[in-house]
Design a protein around this ligand. Structure first.
Ligand SMILES: [Zn+2]
Length: 240
């Protein structure tokens, strides 16, 4: 992207911020990277940055920034129609291939519209972009409707998440995000309402509770998958 000559920004209208001096020595790529990180952690902070200076406002419109913006604060099913600005913002996220946008579409596709094909298309793109929540969601969907091989692979991936404190924390965050979104919508997919069971001998394995999120005693990989599905299955509003 070509930034306008910095002299145009010497003094902002009604503001004493001298953007030219502030950003003169910083390459656009670095500003864009910083803004992308801000956008990834807080949508509000990104908009505040946009309002603070014309240069930031311009760079924040780049595809790279929109690709990483977090949509966590945006309700998945708005209670009232979106205004023009909100709709334009979401459209830009979609055009920029924001993986969080694709993840949310996949959740709606699968759990509300029961459209597996569309969910998989969105997830495939988001996973390729490294969206970890989409990898987790792919495992959950495959556990619910995949063939034996895909179920086996998903059980293994979920089990691997528990191998270190770091990946366990990621698993927990992914689960929390999915549950938060499911609670905002009507789930119409009966597979989550009556989830399958993967372990053939659960009575022989240790389970504190199907809702316990920190049960480290479970060693059986199939039981880990069973518990994961049941935690999610028990925490949403369903509608058939
Ligand atoms: Zn088991």
């Amino acid at each position: 992207m070509t930034r306008h000559p910095k002299k145009n920004y010497m003094m902002m209208k009604g503001s004493s911020i001298n953007c030219s001096t502030t950003f003169d020595s910083i390459p656009n790529e670095l500003i864009s990277e910083v803004l992308s990180r801000v956008a990834a952690s807080s949508l509000t902070d990104m908009f505040n940055a946009k309002l603070s200076c014309k240069i930031l406002n311009e760079i924040a419109e780049e595809k790279q920034v929109y690709q990483r913006v977090s949509l966590d604060k945006f309700p998945i099913v708005p209670w009232k129609p979106l205004n023009e600005k909100q709709q334009a913002f979401l459209n830009k996220c979609q055009q920029s291939e924001n993986p969080d946008f694709m993840y949310r579409q996949a959740v709606l596709d699968y759990f509300n519209k029961t459209d597996l094909r569309s969910a998989c298309q969105h997830l495939e793109k988001a996973v390729k972009l490294g969206h970890i929540g989409s990898q987790y969601l792919t495992c959950i969907i495959l556990l619910l409707c995949g063939d034996d091989e895909l179920i086996k692979a998903s059980i293994k991936i979920l089990s691997d998440f528990r191998k270190s404190k770091f990946t366990k924390r990621i698993l927990k965050l992914c689960r929390k995000k999915l549950i938060r979104i499911l609670r905002q919508m009507w789930v119409k997919n009966y597979l989550l309402i009556q989830p399958p069971t993967f372990c053939s001998t659960p009575n022989q394995h240790q389970w504190k509770s199907q809702w316990s999120e920190d049960d480290d005693n479970i060693k059986c990989e199939a039981c880990i998958a069973d518990r994961e599905i049941r935690i999610i299955s028990s925490t949403y509003n369903y509608y058939l």
